[in-house]
Design a protein around this ligand. Sequence first.
Ligand SMILES: *Cc1c(COP(=O)(O)O)cnc(C)c1O
Length: 483
Amino acid sequence: MKYISTRGNAPAKTFTEILLGGLAPDGGLYLPEEYPQVTRAELDAWRKLSYADLAFAVLSKFATDIPAADLQAIISKTYTAEVYNKGRADSDFEQITPLRTLEPGVHILELSNGPTLAFKDMAMQLLGNLFEYALAKQHDELNILGATSGDTGSAAEYAMRGKRGIRVFMLSPNGKMSAFQRAQMYSLQDPNIHNIAVNGMFDDAQDLVKAVSNDHAYKAAHKIGTVNSINWGRVSAQIVYYFKGYFAATQSNDEQVAFSVPSGNFGNICAGHIARMMGLPIGQLILATNENDVLDEFFTTGQYKPRGTAHTYETSSPSMDISKASNFERFVFDLVGRDGAKVREFWSKVEAGSGTADSVAFDIHHTPYWDALQQFHFASGKSSHYDRLKTIRGIYEEYGVMVDPHTADGIKVGMEQRRPNLPLICLETALPAKFEETIVEALSCKPERPAALEGIEDLPQRCVVMDADVVKLKAYVSANITH
Ligand SMILES: *Cc1c(COP(=O)(O)O)cnc(C)c1O
């Protein structure tokens, strides 16, 4: 299996070759040359598999340059009930992603039982083990530099802690995260994890990372890399739980289901799109946004109007506060019939975007692409703070289940958009314990916290505070890379 760029101007590469990198040299994102197909016989056989065996079956089709025994070993040590056992006390951790049925035909797929209580652990834990394996083979090392406002940074740190050949330098806005989020990250004592609290906002931290990444000589000399959401390894690992959720919610492979996906960078739902392209019987992929509704606008009007940070709202489902979804380009590549030149044309406008709320990067309405779009079975909708609170309350009152604000956005839009008779699987992207303030606002009581994370705020913390100064950041990174 080779991987090609969505912009059509980069050499094809293998899974391992793109694993540690980011964008393709032409600025595009990597995708398989063609999607592997799953036969009916395979689907029937896969229905009975454990999560780890299913992950091996799916990922074998993508990571074809990793010897099967090695891939199997990496996957078996990743998807264990010991790693994914931090969720609700009544969850069936052996399933890794248990399905919780609210009522016949309406389910929640639990994806947040990993170490940081968010679905990002599903892919990031695998990435940690894949990175360690690939770096050991190449006798190389990697220094991951990133900026986080919460979920991604902690998932990356818990995936990379203690891994040989890997260091993490994670920037976060000083004093801007919740006490719980700070404790999750800063309480890690592993010597290869470096928390840097930047005096400023998230954007200042992000700008520092960009400044270092744009210094190509420094980046190469210090082996700087990232683990952001365009990483193909992350997307491919997420395909697995669409299969797992489908099998859990159906009796036979003749049935179809709908998935509802709380979306930000379009990584999660992109994996669902690929699962469908492989032949998984998904009748509907329902995309849910919060008040930052750029993607909903595209799927309902055909106009793509990405916005800059200045026009992105801060909401109570903060991990979806994104107005330029990085993985969206992967879907558009398929939408335009894998025409790299067309993607280049569209994205030249995205990149030149004036960043005002109303600048249209491209508009596919009244073009053949609009008809093509209908073949991909997407539906979409958005959810507001009011909807979120109402959904958290409604689900708690009706079923006794507390859901986090992001999952609530997915449930709200899923219920609205689902076709009758199609079982609905709502992806749970985080546990309510991570978003205490909004839960208290909705329910006037605190969410239960998994036993393993009780009292985490009282643990000693390890973090350096730094001004938003790229010279200081480089000096810190250099000083902490010891050979
Ligand atoms: C990252 C995240 C999302 C958005 O997922 P994408 O893959 O970026 O679309 C939604 N909810 C939570 C809790 C997240 O952490």
